[in-house]
Design a protein around this ligand. Structure first.
Ligand code: UDX
Length: 468
């Protein structure tokens, strides 16, 4: 197939591990580095630390062959031609991205450069980070002509990361030299040439040999900004539809009808117009704040983003008011909670609106029974089991004797729940759905009192919702 390249991926979080596995899948040799010894041991022993579709299959296909896991950053960067930095860039107290991990890795790389290397930022970073990495390498004595710094932002979503990586809408590379551009084209050659999609074991998705992804070449700063602007725009789309949903609630209109009507305009598009309890996760909240900070540093007020954040945080409070209005008093009530992850299909609870809502319930004196197909272990570390908190082993046990069920993440299996069994398990058949998973008419037919986001109550009690 295409030419094999030796790649080091530094950081084995969602982006790092998925990228490493997919590069191996594309035919490259990959050394994945992490300073967490426990994680590296788990990965070497065949474990998979995150919940991602297709990741276990790909890792077992290449583990012990074209992919290895190590804590030895120095060895990995010496052996690799290309080093991807995919370490965390958490939000600092002031809203900007904390780049200390990127700084530490760049300094370590500087000490191990003995031949030409391409250093690629994969983590989401503010514009100008590539220039800082260049400066760090030079300060540590690295010769200018022995490296290039490239920005190659990653647009994968958690849960569907492997498919998103191998079947991307576009591949963005920000480069300042033709030499680095050539290397990046070689790395992504199996995708851009379409060759990967002809392999018998290729992960299925929207791309094919006849419809390979485009590679967009731009300046490094443009690539850095592309990533922040993309995430900020998507977050804005969600806040926009949530604000519209609140108007729909007040007007007795179904927001899904409006979203369909709006989304059919090709200039807008139908995706990311699902109203709910707001966005969470490791990217949108952090990146919206970081982009606002970047704008401020460059002398620009990006107040639109402050509004996006405000709507997002209000969305949880409005949902909480719905719970209160459905149940009246909350102290001592048993609430069943379906979904803890920040969205369905992942075990990640970072910035999860579900966790915030559970904490609000606990503060009000509720007892909660929690269930999530993948995120319960992680949730136990922040909401430990106790007199007010129980974890259930399945959806029906969760519902047993509860005063109401809340739906807080959009797992597909929740939508397939046996509604009769659910109703029979509950003390009161009340469902308050923060993800609009069910058809309100069907819920009424099944005997539930059903509240959702931006969709009228399917009886004459639209008026009741208007007072929320
Ligand atoms: C996001 C971006 O989509 C991805 O391109 C980037 O690389 C990382 O950040 P991710 O955080 O995995 O990916 O989740 P995503 O599927 O985008 O959802 C983010 C949040 O928005 C979730 O809480 C989700 O429930 C919410 N969401 C999404 C909505 O509330 N409504 C929608 O219509 C879409």
């Amino acid at each position: 197939m295409n030419q094999q390249i030796v790649i080091a991926v530094v950081g084995s979080g969602y982006v790092g591990l998925v990228s490493a596995a997919c590069f191996a899948e594309m035919g490259h040799r990959v050394i994945c580095v992490d300073n967490d010894e426990e994680k590296v041991r788990l990965l070497n022993e065949g474990g998979v630390p995150i919940h991602e579709e297709y990741l276990p299959e790909i890792l077992s296909r290449h583990r012990g062959g074209s992919i290895e896991f190590t804590t030895e950053l120095h060895r990995a960067t010496s052996q690799a031609q290309v080093i991807f930095i995919a370490v965390g860039t958490p939000q600092s107290d002031t809203g900007d991205a904390d780049l200390s991990y990127v700084d530490a890795v760049a300094s370590e790389i500087a000490r191990s450069i003995d031949s030409y290397k391409v250093i690629v930022e994969k983590s989401t970073v503010p514009v100008y980070t590539n220039e800082w990495i260049t400066r760090i390498l030079e300060r540590n004595g690295t010769q200018k002509d022995t490296f290039d710094v490239v920005s190659n932002p990653e647009f994968l979503r958690e849960g569907t990361g492997v498919t998103d990586f191998l079947h991307p809408n576009r591949i963005v590379i920000g480069v300042e030299s033709e030499r680095a551009a050539r290397v990046m084209r070689q790395i992504y050659g199996p995708l851009t040439s379409g060759a990967y999609y002809n392999l018998p074991h290729a992960v299925p998705g929207s791309r094919s040999a006849n419809n390979p992804p485009p590679l967009l070449k731009m300046s490094t700063k443009a690539a850095e900004l592309t990533k922040h602007a993309t995430n900020a725009f998507l977050a804005m789309k969600i806040s926009f539809i949530n604000a519209v949903a609140n108007i729909c609630d007040a007007a007795g209109v179904n927001v899904e009808e409006v979203a369909e009507g709006v989304g059919m305009d090709e200039r807008i598009g139908p995706k990311f117009l699902r109203a709910g309890i707001g966005y969470g996760g490791s990217c949108f909240p952090k990146d919206v704040a970081a982009f606002r900070w970047v704008a401020e540093q460059l002398g620009q007020q990006f107040d639109l983003l402050a509004e996006v954040e405000k709507i997002n945080s209000q969305q949880k409070k409005l949902f909480f008011r719905k719970i209160r209005s459905a149940l009246w008093t909350l102290r001592g009530k048993n609430i069943a909670v379906l979904g803890l992850a920040f969205k369905g299909g992942t075990d990640d609870i970072r910035e999860s609106p579900a966790i915030d809502i559970v904490n609000m319930l606990l503060k009000e004196g509720c007892c909660v029974t929690l269930y999530d197909p993948a995120a319960m272990e992680r949730t136990k570390t922040v909401i430990p089991p106790g007199p007010q908190v129980r974890y259930a082993s399945d959806m029906y046990e969760m519902a047993q004797d509860a005063h109401a069920v809340l739906i807080l993440s959009d797992w597909q299996e929740f939508a397939a729940i046996d509604l009769d069994r659910l109703r029979n398990a509950l003390r009161h058949p009340i469902v308050i759905d923060g993800r609009n998973l069910f058809d309100p008419e069907l819920m009424l037919e099944k005997g539930f009192t059903y509240f959702s986001v931006g969709r009228p109550y399917p009886t004459t009690s639209v008026k009741a919702l208007k007072t929320l």
